[in-house]
Design a protein around this ligand. Structure first.
Ligand code: FAD
Length: 256
């Protein structure tokens, strides 16, 4: 996307974004700002609703605006229609403008849309999905068609037996699944076990990723939407559930 490197805030790597966000928040407290989030998957949605909730909170001057650029399809396009409706309502409640258009370029202070329009904004935030690191292309490792590390049921590179990968950077060629924290976290312990086995010359164990996962989308204001297959609910209690699960994951994996 032309201009994106110079003018946008990339949500990934999250550590870099974590350092930049306080500067955006400080700007938003000093004057009304216009934020635009590009990407309407789970990450973009959580981010745009958290940002809108923050800008409407104490300490921020009135007049701030938040826009979501979806890429063309409706927000939450990978979720069932019922979840999309809940997401659309949550976006409306927060007065987020939704543009079903694709971002095709950026320059200082504006986003260029595929339809030809230019959207003025102080801070474009890019949440367009996980991208493989550029250096993988020259690594010699077998990659999938999108450039992620192709791994087998042992989370082992299909081309280099001494290389293992899991999480967003990897693609299970035998059992494709979406890229999300839930899949990344669950693959961690099997990956560790297989790394240990490989070092000790023992047999590797296959790992089966779950067929479906509970998706919990934070909507700002300690409110969230839950989706499990075709079932979906929302409420403050969903946010508390997500908070408990996330904190539990972190505590569990910190202890390993
Ligand atoms: C705003 C947002 C909200 C999200 N919400 C959810 C959610 O609610 N539920 C969910 O399941 N998923 C969610 N996700 C997705 C989830 O965060 C990712 O799927 C998950 O973090 C992937 O884990 P990972 O360890 O593979 O990669 P990451 O968490 O991206 O970690 C990669 C790590 O590798 C490091 N690294 C990168 N390059 C190198 C290098 N060359 N050498 C050494 N280290 C390197 C990075 O610094 C980083 O520490 C969200 C993502 C975003 C951005």
């Amino acid at each position: 996307m032309p201009g994106a490197r110079e003018h946008a805030l990339f949500v990934r790597p999250i550590e870099a974004f974590g350092q930049l966000w306080p500067k955006v928040a400080a700007l938003g407290r000093s004057q009304p700002i216009h934020l635009a989030v590009v990407g309407a998957g789970a990450a973009g949605l959580e981010l745009v609703m958290a940002a809108a909730h923050a800008l409407q909170g104490a300490g921020y001057p009135p007049g701030g605006r938040v826009t979501l650029v979806t890429g063309g399809p409706p927000a939450a396009q990978n979720y069932p229609a019922g979840v999309q409706r809940r997401v659309a309502q949550a976006l409306r409640r927060l007065q987020i403008t939704v543009l079903p258009d694709a971002c095709v370029g950026m320059s200082a202070g504006e986003i260029l849309l595929a339809g030809g329009a230019r959207l003025a904004c102080d801070a474009p935030l890019l949440a367009v999905g996980a991208q493989p690191p550029g250096w993988l292309a020259g690594s010699g490792l077998a990659l999938d068609e999108a450039g992620f590390v192709a791994v087998n049921s042992f989370q082992q590179s299909t081309s280099h037996a001494h290389v293992f990968a899991s999480g967003d950077v990897a693609s299970r060629v035998d059992a494709p699944h979406p890229r999300s924290g839930v899949y990344a976290v669950r693959a961690g312990p099997p990956l560790l076990a297989n790394l240990r086995s490989a070092l000790q010359g023992q047999a590797l164990l296959p790992y089966s990723p779950p067929g479906r996962t509970l998706n919990l989308i934070s909507c700002g204001g300690r409110y969230a939407i839950a989706a499990w297959g075709s079932l979906h609910v929302e409420g403050h209690w969903v946010w508390h559930l997500k908070d408990r699960i996330d904190r539990g994951f972190v505590a569990r994996y910190t202890a390993i």
